[in-house]
Ligand binder design. Sequence first.
Ligand code: ADP
Length: 244
Amino acid sequence: MIQIRDLHKTFGELQVLKGIDIDIQKGKVIVVIGPSGSGKTTFLRCLNILEVPTKGMLSINQQTLDFNKKVAKGQIPPFRRLTGMVFQNYNLFPHKTALENVMEGPIIVNKEEKSQVEDRARILLEKVGLGDKMDFYPFQLSGGQQQRVGIARALAMEPKVMLFDEPTSALDPELVGEVLKVMKDLASEGMTMVVVTHEMRFAKEVADEVLFMDQGVIIEKGKPSQIFSNPREERTKQFLRLIH
Ligand code: ADP
């Protein structure tokens, strides 16, 4: 589903991604862990072209962008539609209801017909457990509920891959579980997912593969059982000691 080759991203002088190579198979859940500032969020944002990579190649669902050449502006919107992004701070429209938030993308970006979109949005909000909150505004919802709207909104665009950028780190501890449950359900339905998170239990239970990133490179990757119980690299060991 995803092929990444020698992906680089620099901000001015700062090299944040220094050559990422990885293939991700359809239906797999990849959890990205690593110290703060190691480039995890930038990596995810590059997959969605919220940040334009400086160099390298990215393929998703057989659509390819080659950043070693000039990428035409017109190539980016269809590529971006392949992935749905869930943000740490939900990024909902504050003056739109939950339902309107979920409907916005398909209507405005995809120019889909409103009645069709509404049916789909209602089904998605039911699916994330918010069937009784569709007409609520974000300020009337808890953080966990807002984030579930955020997930439904990303799903409404019918992406091939879902990207989660620390989706639970702004939440009070008692609200984390309800968001992780929605993510687990999505994973069990076969959605391809890339998740940046500090929730190591989620990584252990749900990830097919864990990537440990440090200083803009993937230091080590493997099954969660291997990474957490038997890491090969010294830097992975150090990181895991710090968070336990
Ligand atoms: P992580 O998610 O692992 O904490 P980030 O990808 O957020 O790491 O950040 C990696 C580095 O890139 C940090 O040093 C950060 O300050 C820098 N960085 C991220 N985004 C920008 C930006 N838009 N402009 C300049 N520097 C940035």
